[in-house]
Design a protein around this ligand. Structure first.
Ligand code: SUG
Length: 443
């Protein structure tokens, strides 16, 4: 099932992510956190209404005052925020980011059927490449442990060591292939560079995922090495704005949809996947002539979700931008015409998130669960009509409809955010997961 991150009350555009062209371009625009959260909720609601199991993941406490304290600011929370805003606004912006909404970067998840001990394994991503994202790892780990709490079914590891050698961005660079979740499948780990040894790497932008990180995850999850495939992103593609593999490829079941410039030695990779996934493996490769890489990045066509329907064919959940772009719209039409695994396309307006480089696939973490595993979850994180209604009311009660850089200096934002999150953990029947709750200092 899919767990979507709820965009947090401090959603803003600070241009923090190098090599993420949308985020760089939209830096300092005025954001609308309420709209961001409602757009995300609308996608979840529509998919739940279609009968697809949908879960939610809560946002994080921001601004992260504890991080500012670590960086040498001291005094009362409000003074720290004011001083950081005056002296180093870029640090306050980093500590205020709502980037945890992109749940595809929360963790790498392996289903129980793939793991040696028969449990679902999670490795929360360390996100070391960017400071504003590295801040997410401890709370993400606590949230995942709170939701996937039953040790008979789940194992939530610590994040990998926070060093560039083990740069890890979670499921955005990982695809699990298979015929279902009862049988073991194949797991594809995509990396941007090797951690230590030399090798091809992008020249302009960071390669966020290392091969060493992916190898460590495959080892700790107890995957069968014969069912694990490692593939490298093309360095020139990263330099063209493909900062995660899910900007250029999406796979599900026994199907992979990707652009022709996604992987190093792509024909060999497709042959390997046919061998490892099995003869049912099928791929559709979109050619540069059909959709140039720059347009694939601009429309985020590949940042779509593939969701299997009861008839075994897929629903493709794409960003609304794809309909407005001639070549991308043509590709969508072709993908659903004739004998293809894709039966239909739904598009969503996710503009608030898209402007920071986050499309439909970025907003969700796939967690393959058996009925027994799902039934063991005690938190109220499965979206039904009641929860959707309660979340909508909660968003409308707590979120601002306008946020720009100068607003990040407003200490009231911290109190608003904490009040909202404290209510949310109650709504979702979660234990205390936020630093302010753990310190007992509820605003
Ligand atoms: O890490 N943007 C995020 C977007 C992540 C998208 N996720 C996936 N592709 N799976 C990032 O680049 C921008 C924040 C800012 O600039 O304010 C940001 O962090």
């Amino acid at each position: 099932m899919n767990f979507d991150g709820i965009p947090g009350p401090t959603h803003n555009y600070s241009g923090l992510a190098q090599g993420n062209l949308a985020a760089e371009r939209n830096a300092q625009q005025v954001a609308n956190p309420r709209e961001a959260a409602l757009q995300g909720l609308a996608k979840m609601r529509a998919l739940a209404a279609r009968g697809f199991a949908q879960g939610v993941l809560p946002p994080q406490e921001r601004p992260d005052v504890a991080a500012l304290r670590t960086l040498g600011f001291h005094g009362r929370d409000a003074d720290i925020i004011a001083r950081a805003g005056r002296q180093v606004p870029e640090l306050l912006a980093a500590c205020s980011s709502a980037a945890a909404m992109w749940a595809a970067n929360a963790a790498t998840v392996s289903p129980s059927a793939d793991c040696a001990d028969g449990r679902v394994h999670f490795t929360p991503a360390n996100l070391v490449t960017h400071f504003h994202r590295a801040l997410e790892a401890p709370t993400t780990t606590r949230v995942l442990r709170a939701i996937f709490a039953d040790a008979a079914h789940f194992c939530v590891h610590d994040p990998l060591p926070a060093a560039p050698q083990f740069g890890d961005e979670g499921a955005a660079n990982h695809t699990r292939f298979g015929r279902g979740i009862d049988q073991s499948g194949a797991e594809l780990f995509v990396y941007g560079r090797r951690g230590l040894s030399a090798g091809p790497a992008p020249a302009r932008y960071p390669a966020r995922q290392t091969r060493e990180a992916s190898e460590a995850i495959a080892r700790r999850h107890g995957l069968d090495p014969h069912h694990v495939v490692f593939a490298q992103q093309r360095p020139d593609t990263i330099d063209a704005g493909v900062f995660h593999n899910d900007v250029i490829a999406v796979g599900e079941g026994t199907f992979l949809l990707c652009h022709e410039r996604a992987f190093v030695d792509q024909p060999a990779l497709l042959r390997t996947l046919t061998r490892v996934v099995g003869p049912e493996f099928r791929s559709i490769v979109v050619r540069e002539a059909e959709l140039p890489l720059a347009d694939a990045v601009a429309t985020y066509l590949f940042n779509s979700q593939l969701i299997e329907r009861p008839d075994g064919r897929f629903l493709l959940v794409a960003p609304a931008e794809c309909r407005a772009h001639r070549a991308a719209a043509d590709v969508l039409d072709r993908l659903t015409t004739g004998d293809t695994p894709i039966a239909e396309v739904m598009t969503f307006d996710l503009r608030q998130s898209m402007r920071n480089g986050g499309g439909p696939a970025c907003l969700r973490l796939r967690v393959p669960l058996t009925p027994a595993e799902r039934a063991s979850i005690r938190a109220r994180v499965m979206l039904d009509d009641d929860l959707a209604g309660a979340l909508e009311a909660w968003i409308r009660r707590h979120y601002r409809d306008r946020l720009e850089s100068a607003d990040l200096r407003d200490p009231a934002l911290l109190d608003e955010s904490r009040r909202a999150l404290d209510e949310l953990t109650g709504l979702l029947a979660l234990p205390s997961v936020y630093p302010f709750q753990l310190a007992g200092a509820v605003a």
